[in-house]
Design a protein around this ligand. Sequence first.
Ligand code: AMP
Ligand code: GLY
Length: 424
Amino acid sequence: MNILILGSGGREHAFALKLSQSNKINQLFVAPGNAGTHQIAKNIAIDPTDFIAVKETVLGNDIKMVVVGPEAPLVAGVHDFFLADNDLKNIPVIGPKKDGALLEGSKDFSKQFMQKHGVPTARYQSFTKENLQEGFAFLETLAPPFVLKADGLAGGKGVLILNSLQEAKIELEEMVSNKKFGEASTTVVIEEFLKGIELSVFVLTDGKNYKILPSAKDYKRIGEGDTGLNTGGMGAISPVPFADDAFLDKVEELVVKPTISGLQKDGIDYRGFIFIGLMNDNGNPSVVEYNVRMGDPETEVVLPRIASDLFDLFEGVAHQNLDQKSFQVTPKTATTIMLVAGGYPEAYEKHKEITGIENVTESTVFHAGTTTKENKVVSNGGRVMAVTSFGDTIEEALKKSYKSIDLIHFDKMNYRKDIGFDLT
Ligand code: AMP
Ligand code: GLY
């Protein structure tokens, strides 16, 4: 069978590598892909939200399944587009339709969903410029720090955590009245600050059955010791030592089961990944957010730990018989370190030649923002590549990743030297 993966990050390279190991797959396509996917699949230079171009790619290459990496095509309705098209409607899409994608596309929707279905989450209310004064009054009932979230997609930048009430009021007004995050902040969710330590749990569902994949912890800040600006993620570790069986059982009972049954009760036929951002507060889970896709760089540690055929699980999603599928996970620890362009997440330069990847033997290098230019691999984004290693311990895996990184070079390369600092 031929398969198309939509997206161009480290996550999609990890999907491509894992799927390329399946003997049920004939040819793999990635759109648009990167220099890493180019080595194991055929890249197609189209925008994944250009559905007409996606259709041409699917029909022109006899593609029989589409795996959607990022949220944008899902929120824009790529799955609905397939179902509404006579030529495409029988081709399974791994990723929810628009109604399910709202779990990520609208924070207000996802909070309402959690409240309705009894999923533990921070107390909240939503406001627009029409009821700004009520927003101020709600802020006054909360203790600092104050958490303000733009309702819509804001490229990971739409959450503000503020220490003073006055600052929170000013920012709320900026968001709803002056469109600080454009249309995304027309509505703002204000919620209680959750204490604890964060982790991510990944669920794959066919709409009826589900599988809980390995959990991971991501390091979002640019600076060591979790300081500085937020990024898409600077590194990740799986499994998460503090997510023991007792905690993960609670997550399944209190979060995963009500989420899946809530989707069914609300008539949302959800087929794909649910990425649950959780706070662990003394062993009690509380949902920070849902995403409707896998995480990046979490995928670069989660998928390598899956020791069986990932495509088998995707077939389970497509045929709604995921309950009849099983998968194996290696008990080893996987770590990944993201190599980023100097300056990222602010302004940075592209098109830097990357050398030395071929000398890496102890790690897997997942390409993210890379492309091929005159037969050379060059940088093409802020997050450039993720270096993943295995070990019996976090320390052993990290040591390998850092040793491999010493072999790789590009001008102004930057990375965090303390991934896992809070766990080791
Ligand atoms: P989100 O986009 O909702 O995941 O928020 C981005 C980040 O802000 C999260 O990964 C958390 O680190 C932090 N955050 C969001 N909501 C809360 C909350 N209610 N309490 C504490 N931290 C939060
Ligand atoms: N690494 C966080 C995310 O993918 O949203």
